[in-house]
Write a protein that binds this ligand. Structure first.
Ligand SMILES: [Zn+2]
Length: 900
């Protein structure tokens, strides 16, 4: 048995570092089969530590070949220090120093082999480009160091390499010198100096044959900043959108948060092999190509929006993450939750606010709620971890963002801005905690946030159970609110949260009623935020002339499950009348979910399945609205007409029957298509214009609506619509339309579509095989195919010439799409899907533990399924756990997910 306790790091064990590193001088000599690194580190005992500096120095280091080690210029012999797999310790420090208890210099010479680094952490090679990924603990794979975020140092970096192969040499900060190697004129060097102190996880280095798209931005105080996006030459025509997004983000952060950029240059580099989306290294962001490159012919609209969001996210980190950073990794949400909130508000301002909210919440409710209900559930600020890479989760990011969003709602716009100003000013240049963030909000606003802090420490999704009661005689309407939160691993019996519940009341004509609570003299408004902070509470509204329909949790004002017994008529009513766009969408989802559940029951009892007229009326009403100009935001309509996803339907029930959810959902979608064919056809025609391609939110919405109508029409199965779809596939001038048509063909059961799908997939690959990001989409569309036999298709694709198991984008496109999004395929009753995933995890864990651990998520959701599937999923988890050489990453997930 392996001891999971011994591998665990606890928040309660945090101690300040014994030493600080004032300056970090790095020299890299890059060669084809290895790299020599010389680090000169100026150490000082840490004044901020309560304990005296110890007489030993321990540094982190992993997979390094140590060549030389010097202290204050004196070479250490091998008996003067000891090494293990993860560190080096120099005992008897005072005897080695010129001036004990004062500053000293440690010089470390290491040799590394980035070419063989398949984990993609530290310094590695992506095709011909040297690049780095140091968050969270990658820097220790470059040299020995105090690899922890509360050690902030001034970095100077010199890179030396062959001129021809690596004309571009980049690191953080400003370029302060360059030249030709005097002894070897084939080689050149560049020196970079970062004037800002930073933890080593923000270090970056890039060397390669790259071209750049250049631009400038003038900051609010008049500083000229050079902006550069570095890519391979063939991708230069795909950088405009990222550049525009960057400039918009810089301007937005000045206006909304008063944050100005602080270096002479801001650089983005795109690489193919990258475990994450992108990384905010100071002044030198490194991006997965999928989050930079965008061009109408190769990139779909959702990917355009993703590029905008990720570019902004990494830019915003310059303040929320870099200038003010995390004290330790338990505080990860300090930078991620806050920055996700910032980027989502930016995207809301650039496009449609309601649609952005719908997309974010849909993701949160499907993926984060599932995490909260599973074995890996943890609070926004976790208490412990075995492998920190496993905590880059939707809870830390997305739920963390929801927590900041609630703060902004509770404080109000003005106080929230005061709070962020105070936070940035008070902690500039420091490594701090989520507590410091909340404290700044409290100090700036004067609002007591003691109870609110539980959002950071208590895991799980709170449930709000609300009962409405109207008393006609008193003209009173009351809401009885009960809150609870399920137990999660290691946390039982949670205390009440402080939950902002935004709401309104509608009369039978859809008019919003003024809201006057008992003990109030006058009604404040028709939309307000109630504070729910006890286990049970009652809110009584006065002067309510008739039984109202309550609109609750508007804009999803808190990340909770809401339980209110709405009738179908109420939901239909809210879908049509609610002034809150988010709640109109939510009502549509609840209505459709309820009907899907009814159909599942009908199927189970072998009774006749009929789609109730209320749903058909609701959909036809929305479709009629589209055809009237300016009636509703088109992007919003496309969302209103989407049935709840299988993932969200699975999340809504205790034990999910995947097959019956799938069949009921299909049954309804097909019935809607047949009933409303004329209207879908009219919407399709009305939005199929030949306007020049644009990526503004109006044009994106128009394409979304057209392709949604097409998807319904192809369901009818008539040759007419299948041919129409095929025509769109062939004639499309942009990837959004082409991919939408391909997806319809691949998922249709019509005989004609099946023939056309195979030919189209082949034609598509032949056309795009030189564009890796398009090939990723091609893998995805096949992996998400809901027809029988997809798993064998996926297995065959593993052998395809374009599939590379070492490239994270390919693995995620094919394997994660199948296992994480194709519910009917992955959860096939044979259990083959589970075995397939376990095989791939074991294979990938031998060279890239981070990706292997991330792939495991669908197996950890075993609790949601029937006993037979549960047992098959457990069998695979146990099979993985039995493997002897598992990485820490995979071990932690299987250890927490298996029951004995
Ligand atoms: Zn981030």
């Amino acid at each position: 048995m392996r001891d999971s306790q011994a591998r665990t790091t606890y928040l309660k064990d945090y101690r300040p570092p014994p030493f600080t590193i004032e300056t970090t001088d790095l020299e890299f000599n890059l060669y084809e089969d290895h790299v020599l690194v010389v680090a000169k580190l100026l150490f000082k005992p840490n004044d901020g530590s309560d304990e005296p500096a110890p007489n030993a120095l321990t540094l982190h280091g992993h997979e390094l070949e140590l060549r030389r080690l010097l202290i204050d210029g004196k070479n250490l012999e091998s008996d003067q220090f000891f090494k293990d797999d993860d560190s080096i310790t120099i005992p008897g420090l005072s005897g080695l120093l010129e001036k004990p208890q004062q500053q000293f210099i440690v010089e470390i010479h290491t040799r590394i082999e980035p070419q063989k680094n398949t984990a993609l952490e530290g310094l590695y090679k992506s095709k011909k480009i040297f690049c780095t990924q140091c968050e969270a603990e990658g820097f220790r794979r470059i040299t020995y160091y105090l690899d922890r975020p509360d050690v902030m140092s001034r970095f100077t970096t010199t890179i030396k390499a062959e001129r021809q192969k690596y004309p571009v040499l980049l690191s953080n900060g400003n370029n302060i010198g360059s030249g030709i190697d005097e002894k070897n004129p084939d080689r050149h060097w560049v020196t970079w100096e970062d004037p800002f102190k930073k933890p080593c996880y923000l270090f970056a280095l890039v060397a390669g044959d790259l071209e750049s798209l250049d631009d400038t931005f003038v900051t609010c105080s008049g500083q000229k900043v050079k902006l550069q996006i570095f890519v391979e030459e063939k991708d230069l025509d795909k950088c405009d959108h990222a550049m525009l997004s960057l400039k918009n983000a810089m301007a937005w952060d000045e206006e909304v948060y008063g944050r100005e950029y602080d270096l002479e240059v801001y650089m983005i580099v795109a690489v193919d092999d990258f475990n994450m989306g992108a990384m905010e290294n100071k002044g030198l962001n490194i991006f997965n190509t999928s989050c930079v490159l965008a061009n109408p012919s190769t990139t779909s609209d959702s990917a355009f929006q993703r590029v905008e969001g990720v570019v902004a996210h990494e830019y915003f980190h310059n303040w929320s993450g870099n200038r003010v950073t995390c004290r330790d990794w338990f505080q990860l949400s300090l930078k991620e939750g806050f920055t996700v909130f910032r980027d989502s508000e930016f995207s809301a301002d650039m496009g449609s606010r309601t649609v952005k909210r719908v997309e974010d919440v849909n993701f949160l409710k499907t993926v984060q709620f599932a995490e909260d209900a599973g074995p890996m559930a943890h609070s926004v600020r976790p208490d412990s971890y075995m492998e920190i890479s496993n905590f880059y989760t939707v809870t830390v990011y997305e739920k963390g963002a929801e927590v900041v969003r609630m703060l902004s709602l509770i404080l109000g716009q003005e106080n929230f801005r005061k709070g962020t100003n105070l936070y940035f000013n008070r902690h500039d240049g420091q490594a701090v905690t989520t507590e410091d963030f909340v404290k700044a909000m409290e100090d700036a606003s004067g609002i007591d946030l003691s109870q609110f802090r539980r959002w950071y420490s208590q895991a799980g999704t709170p449930v709000l159970n609300i009962i409405g009661n109207y008393e006609a005689g008193k003209k009173q309407y009351s809401l009885k609110v009960q809150q609870s939160c399920p137990d999660t691993p290691g946390q039982n019996n949670k205390l009440p949260f402080s939950i902002p519940l935004r709401m309104g009341l509608l009369n039978k004509n859809g008019i919003e009623l003024p809201l006057r609570l008992k003990d109030e003299k006058v009604a404040e408004s028709t939309d307000r935020v109630l504070t729910v902070n006890q286990e049970t509470q009652q809110f009584v509204f006065l002067d309510v002339p008739e039984r109202p329909v309550p609109s609750l949790l508007r804009s999803f004002s808190a990340p909770v499950r809401l339980d209110f017994d709405y009738s179908r008529e109420d939901l239909y009513f809210l879908m049509v009348h609610d002034s809150d766009g988010f709640n109109r969408w939510n009502a549509a989802q609840l209505l459709a979910s309820d009907i899907i559940r009814e159909l599942q029951n009908c199927a189970a009892s072998n009774s006749l399945q009929i789609v109730p007229p209320i749903l058909i009326n609701a959909y036809s009403g929305v479709l009629d609205a589209v055809l009237k100009p300016n009636e509703l935001d088109k992007a919003m309509i496309a969302h209103l007409l989407l049935l709840p996803s299988e993932g969200s339907l699975i999340e809504q029930v205790e034990i999910a029957n995947v097959d019956s959810i799938f069949s009921a959902r299909e049954f309804i979608a097909n019935a809607l298509a047949k009933e409303l064919e004329d209207r879908f056809a009219a919407v399709f025609e009305a939005n199929s214009s030949d306007n020049p391609f644009k990526t503004d939110s109006g044009s994106i919405a128009q394409r979304a609506l057209k392709n949604l109508a097409l998807a319904y029409l192809v369901r009818i199965g008539s040759d007419y619509w299948v041919e129409c779809c095929f025509r769109q596939f062939e004639e499309a001038t942009n990837m959004t339309d082409q991919m939408a048509a391909l997806r319809c063909l691949v998922n249709s059961d019509s005989k004609l579509a099946i023939d056309l799908a195979n030919a189209s997939l082949k034609a598509f690959y032949d056309k795009w095989k030189d564009e890796p990001l398009v090939v990723d989409q091609w893998f995805m569309v096949q992996a998400s195919c809901q027809r029988e036999g997809t798993l064998s298709q996926v297995k065959e694709l593993l052998q395809h010439e374009a599939f590379e198991i070492r490239n994270p984008n390919k693995v995620l496109s094919l394997i994660r799409t199948f296992c994480g999004q194709n519910y009917i395929g992955f959860h096939h009753a044979s259990g083959e899907g589970y075995e397939f995933l376990a095989d791939r995890v074991l294979e990938i864990d031998t060279f890239n533990p981070q990706i292997a651990a991330r792939l495991l998520a669908p197996l950890t959701r075993w609790k949601k399924f029937d006993p037979k599937r549960q047992s098959m999923m457990q069998t695979q988890l146990r099979r993985i756990k039995a493997e002897t050489n598992l990485s820490k990453d995979v071990f932690e997930v299987v250890d927490k997910s298996t029951i004995n």
